[in-house]
Design a protein around this ligand. Structure first.
Ligand SMILES: Nc1ncnc2c1ncn2[C@@H]1O[C@H](COP(=O)(O)OP(=O)(O)OP(=O)(O)O)[C@@H](O)[C@H]1O
Ligand SMILES: [Mg+2]
Length: 179
């Protein structure tokens, strides 16, 4: 059976940026949304966002040949046995998502998801092995180096539980949840 590694996390944390570099390095990389379209697993579109039949996609995706595959996107952990959850300080993420021109509701929904570890928790439920990387102070290249060590099985750090935004933000949490 092929090994599937997910690059997952809240929108805007840097999944595609990391995945593009991995592709340049020769890894086989798929974006979940492209896969879902190619494999006819999109049920609907809501707010410009594809609603994916994840179970159907997983079945079809796993039947594609390949030994080591990287899949990226905020649903990618549903397709993988190892998840790399990219994290970003909610205050930084908020500015990043606002600069995309997204509605305040959409920005806050995603910033709050980051604050409460939503994707990390989902990944722990769906994957055998989970890592989390606080990318806030890292360059994309530095994140790529960590992901490479996870893929090669030499990474000893970045275990889940290392990121705790609520403690880290302290009183600044008010700035996160208020626009
Ligand atoms: N480590 C980083 N440091 C600083 N900026 C970053 C970093 N990683 C990504 N960015 C920037 O953050 C923005 C979002 O990155 P990217 O599109 O890769 O995120 P994403 O997780 O794929 O988002 P989405 O889920 O919406 O596809 C881009 O402008 C990118 O240049
Ligand atoms: Mg992306």
């Amino acid at each position: 059976m092929k090994k599937v590694i997910a690059i997952t996390g809240t929108p805007g944390v840097g999944k595609t940026s990391v995945a593009e570099k991995l592709k340049d390095l020769g890894y086989e990389v798929y974006a979940v949304n492209e896969l879902a379209e190619k494999l006819d697993c999109i049920i609907d579109y809501e707010d410009d966002c594809a609603v994916v039949d994840v179970e159907k996609l997983k079945k079809r995706f796993l039947s594609i040949p390949g030994e080591l595959v990287v899949v990226e996107g905020h649903l990618s952990h549903h397709l993988a046995d190892t998840a790399v959850v990219l994290r970003c300080n909610p205050l930084v993420l908020k500015e990043r998502l606002l600069s995309r021109g997204w509605s305040e509701d959409k920005v806050m929904e995603n910033v709050e998801a980051e604050l409460i570890d939503e994707i990390l928790v989902e990944s722990l439920e769906t994957c055998r092995e989970v890592y989390e990387i606080d990318t806030t102070e890292m360059s994309v290249d530095e994140v790529v180096e960590v992901v490479k060590s996870i893929i090669s099985g030499t990474c000893k750090n970045y275990r889940p539980g290392s990121v705790d935004w609520i403690s880290e933000l302290g009183e600044r949490i008010d700035e996160v949840i208020r626009l």
